[in-house]
Every structure is written in C-alpha cells, then in structure tokens.
Design a protein around this ligand. Structure first.
Ligand SMILES: [Zn+2]
Length: 244
C-alpha cells in the first residue's frame, strides 16, 4: 500500500515555471497549468534555452526561432502569455552562479508564491533513464535561486537593476520526480495539455514517425496514469513539493 498524494496547494495567485527547454513543461505539467489559469491564476514560463540543439536535422540558428515560436504557441493554449528565455546554451547549460543569478532575477521580477521546475535528479522513471545535464542543472539552480531571490546580499547587483528581494515563494514543485508528494487532477486541463504538446509540431515530427496527436495523447496518458493509484484513481500530474 503506497501513501496517497496530497492535493497541490491552492492558496496562491502567481506561479513561475522554470525549465531548461521548449517542451519540458508540455510533457505533463501543462494539463495542471491549464487548470490553474482557468481559476484566474497567473503563470509565467522561463526557459533557460531556446532548445536550439533539439532537432538533429535543423541547425541551431534556424531551430532557435522555430522552437521559440512553438513554445509561445504552446504556452498560449494553456493560458500563459508571458514566456521568457534566458539564452543559456542548449545541451551545455552550466550549473553555477550565472544560472542562479538569472533565475533569481526572474523570481524577483515575477514575485511568485509557487515555483515549478523539472526533475533535478540524476535519473528518471525509477532509475530506468539517465536524466540530461540541462535538466539537472536548471532544476537544481531553481531550487537554489529561490533562496537567493530572497536575500538582498546575494546578487546585490540585481538591486541596482531595480529588482528588490522577493522572499514570498512558499513552495517549489518539481515535476517528473520519482518521489512525488502532491498531485493536481489532470482531467480539466487534459485536452489543452494534449494540444499544448502538439504545438511542438516540428520537434515531434523530427522525433517520431507516429501520428503527432496519437503521440501526444500517449505521452499524457502515460504520465497522468502513473500517479492515479495514489490519487483516488484520477489521472493527475505529480509533483515533489518543497515547502519554504
Ligand atoms: Zn528538456
């Protein structure tokens, strides 16, 4: 018998989702995000890269603007109008001071109560798959930068840019974690979650010969069914939540 997952916190107004690549939020999270924006909440996306190393047949200079367009369209499907890119290099993002500063600046700009990121651990799926260095770097830096954002003596140059400390983040929720603690019902946002992933059409068409919609549905079905037995049998998006 496994422990039941708790429902995600509901007493917040602004969320900031920080991930490495276009499509990272669409492999599951977007169904939850659609539900949150339905309820009048503001969600902003921050992407460390433009995903320019993501399509084998497309050189980075062409790929970056293409994937940026796809990401903006994908965000719009789930009610997210603000998408920022931090311009780190796809595939070789370095965990370090620069990344932490850029994410801390985003937290100070947007002043979220909830921060979302993607699995920062070495493996996925119970250890079956090795995670990518970009996901590890960005997930870890996001967890760290939330603390940096609240401390005026860390990255004090941000204050000179008008970015006062923000210590109001109450939770960091890690999607794709092997040890989720919470979940959000995926039902209400499911169809938009599928369409949101489908907006990454050039990426999906390069990735698989499968029909793009069948592919998107199978991805969401797989992700949302994984936690259902720990969430009252309902398809859901799981998160490992760190409280602050
Ligand atoms: Zn990724």
């Amino acid at each position: 018998m496994t422990d039941q997952l708790k429902p995600m916190p509901e007493n917040w107004q602004r969320a900031l989702a920080v991930v490495a690549h276009p499509d990272d939020l669409e492999y599951g999270c977007a169904a939850a995000i659609a539900h949150w924006t339905d309820g009048g909440r503001d969600v902003t996306y921050v992407l460390a890269t433009r995903g320019e190393a993501g399509i084998d047949t497309c050189p980075p200079t062409e790929c970056a603007p293409l994937r940026e367009r796809e990401q903006r369209a994908s965000a719009a499907v789930v009610g997210v109008s603000e998408v920022e890119f931090l311009n780190h290099r796809d595939g070789v993002i370095e965990y370090g001071i620069d990344l932490r500063r850029d994410i801390a600046a985003a937290v100070r700009r947007h002043r979220p109560e909830l921060v979302i990121t993607l699995n920062h651990r070495e493996t996925w799926a119970g250890g079956a798959y090795w995670n990518t260095p970009d996901h590890v770097a960005v997930g870890r830096a996001t967890l760290d930068a939330v603390g940096d954002a609240g401390n005026r003596w860390i990255f004090s140059e941000l204050i000179e840019q008008g970015l006062e400390p923000w210590n109001g983040v109450r939770w960091v929720a890690v999607a794709g974690s092997d040890t989720p603690t919470h979940a959000q019902d995926a039902g209400p946002g499911y169809e938009r979650g599928v369409r949101s992933l489908l907006e990454h059409r050039a990426y999906i068409e390069a990735l698989t010969d499968e029909d793009p919609e069948a592919y998107a549905r199978s991805i969401l079905d797989m992700g949302t069914s994984q936690v259902a037995d720990r969430f009252g049998g309902r398809p859901a998006v799981g998160f490992e939540v760190f409280s602050r």
